[in-house]
Each structure stands twice: as structure tokens, then as C-alpha cells.
Design a protein around this ligand. Sequence first.
Ligand SMILES: [Fe+2]
Ligand SMILES: [Fe+2]
Length: 504
Amino acid sequence: MASRLQFGVLGLVAVSSVYGLLASCTDDTPELIKVAKPDTGTVDDTGVVVTPKFTPAGCNYTTTPPKIEGFPDFEKHEDAVGPTPDLRYVRRGIGGNTDKASTGYADPSTSFVVGWQSDAATKASRMRFGEAADKLDKTQDGFSYLVQQDRLKSGPAEGVRFHEVHLCGLTPGRTYYYQVGGGPSGKEVWSPVYSLTTAPVKGTTDKVLFGIAGDSRDADGRSTQPTWGAIAKRLKNAGVGMTITTGDSVLFGYNQDLWDIWSKATGDAGTSVFFAMSLGNHESEFIRNYGHLLMPTSGTEHSERYGSFDWGPVHFIMIDDFFGVVSPSADDTGTYKTELLAWLDKDLGKANENRAAVPWIVTFHHHPMYSSTTQKERAAERTKVKEAFQALFDKHHVNLDVAGHDHFYERNNPIKGDKADPTGTTYLIDAAAGAPAYSTTTDNPFSAKIQKYQDKDPAAYEGIYTIVTADTASFKLTTYTMQSAASGSSPADDKVLESVDFAK
Ligand SMILES: [Fe+2]
Ligand SMILES: [Fe+2]
């Protein structure tokens, strides 16, 4: 087994020219591209670094990016479009700021974010919206920033412009119609009209649906990610408003071409389903991740690496568990893990006190704590994640913890401390949305259900995903095996692998 650095070198060569080299070494982390972290933003006339920030009109928070090399300043909406304007990959996100000093806690029941990409010269970042498709009678302006081509020359030569518009003060559980674009009068360019529904009112007793899927990356960066596309479409058609994903969405997070494949596969599902994405070891630390995540900001240099929000009766917490945790060396300053754990303890504590209104707590991140993978070297990763998080999960009674990384589906019996305990946390691995299948052992004593996918058997499943139905009194997880990515379009076309009711 080669070292990580050697894998990184192969990855670099492979992405720039020879994809074939990747086939046998795709699962290690592309650490070669790790860079020193200068301050984010541009330098003003006096030499002071200006951190990009934006306060959306009508919102009570400021959004900022993480400190990542080469992060350009934000540019406010301008009535400018390029010679051949190209608006692409419109996607739903959420805003908010989980910083303790901010009052702008992320609230998807009254706000949403729309992000999209364009050619470099199109600086129009405007949304038209309303409560009917033919009556987009309101507008909101946002910001954009230009991400240059990296040294591997992925994406268009002129770079990619990422746009965001944040909207606040909306009505919970309401369907909004919107389109994005703008430009000089007479030369305006607009996307098609899309729609989405805000999360239900806080404290609702209504049922909500959310999806779970992970590891959509393919083996070598050459496919069109058909498994992921088919799962995303099914989740949209099932009426899911949000889906948590467990990382490794793409093979290399620094590569725009791979993100474009992911965005194309996600398709229109991304305009109505909020994909709440955590970062995997294949993505950590790259500027493009920030453009694709559309998650709440944290108000610190580690913005969008962690965050939380309520969606109906569920409190969700997203964690980047690679940066500074599984890979301490990735964090040059060594501040991330400390900051994260202090925040997590506080956030979980608050959520635990709020059980009467929001009774369920779900955490999601990339590296599992309990797994039946045959890859022995991953035991060390599990130990690091367990040491960082499990005591906090036990203390605050997390109901469900979802991870990816080991490419199969596995549900563990609830665990507390080092024992199976019905009052403990259920640890789930949902990592079967396109990444190469892994083999499994029988030596995980906590394993309650395990399902491999993409077996050599032509009848094997092409993907696995989960839909949770929850209200204040119940929480039911239903996992589907997708027989064919090429046919079918809803969960009704798939088989139920298992259905599990959670106890409060
Ligand atoms: Fe993975
Ligand atoms: Fe992974």
C-alpha cells in the first residue's frame, strides 16, 4: 500500500492528464494540493486584508467564507452580463450565521439561499421571486465571486463565477417561485422559473420528509455520476425538502470539471431540494467546496465547515470531521478542533433543552465511528472520530448519527459508551450513491443491518438511499435499494431494504 503522498502525486498526474492511473488508488485523500493558508480576501490600499462579507437585505446575519487560499473578495450585484451569458447549476441552500455573537441563526422556515454559476463577466446576481409562477413581483440582490482556474486547469479558462442570493423574512411552509439572473435593461438574462417550499413552522406537529445519501463520487472521475443523478431525482420526486449528504460527493474537491459533473447529475433536483452537504476526505480545504456547499456560515475562519439548523421536528448538525480531526495535519493553526468541539457542546446543549419543540437530533459527517469495513487501517480513523465526538453525543442524547466513507449501507444498534444501549445513538453509514463498493466483515458487534451494493452480480443494487419521515412523536427511517439508475424515477420503483422506527 502506497503512502498518502504517493497517492496524491498519482492523483495530480491523473487529473491533469492520465485518468487511468487513478483506477487502483482512488480512495486516499488528495493531500498534495494542501496549501498554506493566507488570509482570505483582498488587500486594501493600506495593506490590510479585507475579509469578504455580505449582509443580505432583510436578513439579520452576515455571511463570510472560510479562510482558504485564493479566496477573492465578494462583488455586489451589478447590471452586467458577459458577451455569451451562461447561467448554470442553480441550487437551493440555506443562509444564517451560527456564530455566537450573531442573532442570525440559520432558519430554513423563513429564509433560503439560491446559488448558481456563470461565465466570469456576468456579474448580475439578482433573484426575482413570488408566490405564483407567473407573478415574480419581488427582487433581491446578492453577490458573486470569481474562482480562477487552478493549476490543474479544471473548469473554463476564464474561471467560474459563483453567485448567491439570500432571502429572509419568508412564510414557513410556503411555496415560492423564483428565477435568477439580471443584466442591463433590454439585455437581461434569466434562468427558468423554479420553485421550492420553505421548512415548516417551528414546533410543527406535521410530518416532514428528509433524505440521506452519501459518497456519490465515482471511481475515476470519468462517469456522469448516473447513480447520484438517479437518487437525486428520486428524492425530489418523493417530495423531500432537504437531504443530508455525508461527503465525498466528488473524487477531488479541487477539480471544477468533477464538480460540474456532480452539478449536472444533481440537475433540477437541486433547485427545490436543499442538499445539506458535509465534506469528505476527497474534498477538504478547497475553495470550490465553499461554492457548492451553500450551508450556514460560522462567523469564524472555519466558516461552513460546521453548522446547524432546525427543520420541522429535527435539529441537524453538520460537521467536517476530516479537517483537524481525522487529519490533524490539515489544520495548520490547530484551532479548528477546539473551536468545533466548544461550539458542538453548546449547540447540542441548546438543542437538548429544546426537545419539547424539536424532539430529534441528527448529526452528519463523513467518517463513521462504527463500521464493518474490511479496511483494517480505518480503525485508527474511527478512533479519532469517536474520541472527538462520542462523549458529546452521549451527553446530549443524539438520536441518529449519519456517516459515509465506507461504501455500503450499515445500521448499528443504538450505542452509549462502549455498549449497545437502547437509549443510545444509532450510528448509520449511508455511503452507496456511486462510489466503488467495499467489502464487509462480520466482526462489528454492533451491526444490526448491513447491505453491500454494486456487487459483481448483475442483479445487484446500483445505489442505496434513505428517506426519513418524522414528526414530534415519531421518527421512521426507510432505506431503499435502487435496482437500476437507468430506469425508474421514484422510491416506488425501488425496493425497501428496511424500515426502522426510532424510540424517543
Ligand atoms: Fe468515500
Ligand atoms: Fe471518504
